[in-house]
Design a protein around this ligand. Structure first.
Ligand code: ADP
Length: 368
């Protein structure tokens, strides 16, 4: 788990908000960025505009109460990392809040630094675990899907080719036999590539390595070494801004940049494919851009491309498994970060992703 937490505090009383912030500032485990809302509407807007890891939600808000806010949040997300703050003797509200998806509740009169830290930690960790389980379930069904479909296709080809080889041998047509064995070889290569990418995809959420303060510039060099052949073959030009230090899992960040740069080169018909990597500090996180001059993506496909096995082109047109971007998303989920894409068909594509700023810089950015 990264130690920088975006905590949404929803309470119309400024003194109470200040008290929660004071208590949580003494937390040794997490450093918080506090995002404050006074009303239900404000809270919903801020929840949508930010990656929120935890919520402190006052029950009595002007207009709509806390349980109504929970019901609205539930429409946006499966799991809400919220702790409901209730008045004394309000067990019914607490029970309703839990039923509506709050992870815990705390009576306002019982708020102490220790109690607040305990409920906030529990809510965040529980939701993180629930989200992980959801992702694993999605993976399992996607995995079953690919086994049933993508792996079956080359197997069927091989079976068909085998029958043709038997016929050709009976007719002593050895030219056809050698042509057919080449096609079998191509299908087995495709199966093997698919299994390799599946392995990388599965590994991308199944490790508990800590996130390290690491130089993105050095990781980019490693990614480019892995892509040397592709870059040379296409005569691609890769350029970059000065890149910062980030908090990340180095092998995964290499994989992430490798997948995006490889796509920038692959999905390009330009005589010289160009990929530029940029970095900009936006709201306490690094926003990294990977921009290409390739074929672009239509607006209606910008979301679906991150789904496992989603491809917009046939295998013969552009080779691939449809797992590259899904792997990127998984890696960024693990970093509690986001990936998205801007593109115009025919004009090129920019993938953006965020990464946490490195620990030393983070302290000065988060103060205040
Ligand atoms: P793969 O490249 O193995 O098919 P990805 O998950 O990496 O799988 O990408 C999914 C789909 O998104 C690709 O099939 C392609 O249609 C589209 N795509 C990905 N990156 C780009 C890009 N830089 N430019 C244009 N299309 C892209």
């Amino acid at each position: 788990m990264v130690d920088s937490i975006n905590l949404l505090i929803v309470d119309d009383c400024e003194d109470d908000r200040e008290m929660y912030i004071r208590h949580l500032r003494s937390d040794d485990e997490f450093s918080y960025r506090f995002i404050e809302a006074e009303t239900a509407d404000e809270a919903l807007l801020l929840y949508q505009a930010n990656t929120i890891h935890g919520i402190l939600l006052d029950f009595s808000l002007p207009g709509r109460d806390g349980t109504q806010v929970l019901a609205d949040l539930k429409k946006l997300d499966n799991h809400i990392p919220a702790v409901m703050l209730t008045g004394q003797g309000n067990e019914k509200v607490a029970a309703d809040a839990i039923k509506l998806g709050a992870q815990d509740y705390l009576t306002k009169s019982d708020v102490t630094a220790a109690a607040l830290k305990r409920v906030v930690h529990n809510a965040i960790e529980r939701v993180e675990m629930l989200r992980k389980i959801d992702l694993q379930q999605d993976d399992l069904s996607a995995f079953a899907g690919v086994l049933a479909h993508d792996l079956k296709a080359p197997i069927n080809v091989i079976r068909g080719m085998n029958e043709l080889i038997v016929e050709a041998l009976n007719e002593q047509d050895y030219d056809s036999v050698s042509e057919l064995t080449v096609r079998i070889e191509r299908s087995t290569r495709r199966m093997s590539e698919l299994i390799d990418t599946l392995r990388v995809y599965n590994k991308s959420s199944n490790n508990n390595r800590p996130l390290l303060d690491t130089s993105l510039e050095i990781l980019l060099e490693d990614a480019l070494i892995n892509l040397e052949l592709d870059i040379q073959k296409r005569g691609a030009r890769i350029t970059h801004d000065p890149l910062p230090n980030v908090m990340g899992d180095p092998p995964q960040i290499i994989q992430l940049m490798q997948n995006l740069i490889a796509n920038g080169i692959k999905y390009s018909n330009a005589p010289t494919p160009e990929v530029h990597i940029s970095a900009e500090l936006v709201e306490n996180a690094w926003r990294i851009g990977v921009k290409d001059n390739g074929i672009g993506i239509q607006e209606e496909d910008l979301q679906v491309i991150f789904q496992p096995f989603k491809r917009l082109h046939g295998y013969d047109e552009y080779r691939g498994s449809g797992l590259g971007l899904a792997t990127c998303r998984k890696i960024l989920d693990r970093h509690r970060c986001k990936i998205w894409c801007d593109s115009e068909a025919g004009k090129g594509t920019t993938f953006y992703f965020t990464l946490p700023v490195a620990a030393v810089a983070e302290k000065s950015l988060l103060v205040g």
